[in-house]
Design a protein around this ligand. Sequence first.
Ligand SMILES: Cc1ncc(COP(=O)(O)O)c(C=O)c1O
Length: 392
Amino acid sequence: MYDVLSVREDFPVLKEVIYLDNAATTQTPVQAVYAMQDYFFKYAANHGRGAHRLARETTNHYEDARESVASFFNIDAEKTIFTKNATESINIVSRGFPWKKGDHVIVTLVEHHSNLLPWMRLRDIGVEVTVVDVDVAGVVNPEEIRNAIKDNTRLIAVNHVSNVFGSVQDIETISSIARQAGVKILVDGSQSAGNMSIDMKSVDPDFFVCPGHKGLLGPQGTGVLYIKEPDEIESLFLGGGMVSSVTRESFKMEPSPAKFEAGTPNIPGVIGLGRSVEYVAELGVDSIQKHEFELAREAASRLEDIAGVEVYGPKKRAGVVPFNVTGMNAHDVAMILDQTKGICVRSGYHCAMPGVDNLGVNGTVRASFGLYNTEDELESLVKTVSDITALV
Ligand SMILES: Cc1ncc(COP(=O)(O)O)c(C=O)c1O
């Protein structure tokens, strides 16, 4: 297990606040910020174009970052595509998949809007979309998915960990159901990548997406998309950097990953992401998972013990703890936590309205733990929430 107090030294802002909004975005370690600073101060140039030394150095660093991310997930570098976030990754798949009218897609009620709307829009082109139910704790029952599969089902899109509930889906079983049925599966790893071990070889998803700015500790504006069979998916964007030849009549695309990365990418961001992924790997994902899951489990059980506090989600949870103080609006609770003790949490629908609606509430307060949070910070959260209940 790594030493949390020394890890915190790598995240200067943690001296100022109690940061419990890690499911929205995490802080970035100084090592990754320095890597980005080196890019700007020492070798900034465009990627993949140009024979001069700076262009070559930029390209090397950018491609090294791809190698770091691919090796972190144990996937092929040529199938590891950089995007600007998980949302873009999902849209590339939903737009580039070879749909036919009458095809069928399965999603769940507990998806982030980013893994819901791109599929719902397919209804406009005659694709049928089924949204399967989840239980009240946000857990997807793989049997619900099996039962929803029909002859025309082409794809299942499902979260690995719910950003609303912290529920960890049985992704291995869901994936094997998809495989048995000959249906493709997209796994939204936005809340699991960097937070828990993912055995890509056994899950074997057709598509895996995650942002760079959550558990991978990278900067905003970075995302990852893994495509098992890149030739089956059309590029969403066309332009420079992704073609090998262009004539007046036609053009020939480069293979993946260049095919999916048209235009100048977020070069400094990707270089920062490469370094932050190495940082996560150095600490060890198993240790991070143990730390975050234990803090969340304890926070949930301590909050549950406070009269007037309702906690949601399953007993076995990732680092996410949603709750409400009876009689108080979630945003007011979040504001008081910040203004009285500098505790930063998220409140509202968490970009997952159907999932929150399913609870019968109009929002929750969400505390989400990261690798650098401490027992003292947890104490502070519990004590301040308890004080807030006295205000009602
Ligand atoms: C489960 C899940 N999917 C997708 C997203 C979208 O991520 P991004 O905003 O980086 O595209 C999020 C962000 O909170 C998420 O939690």
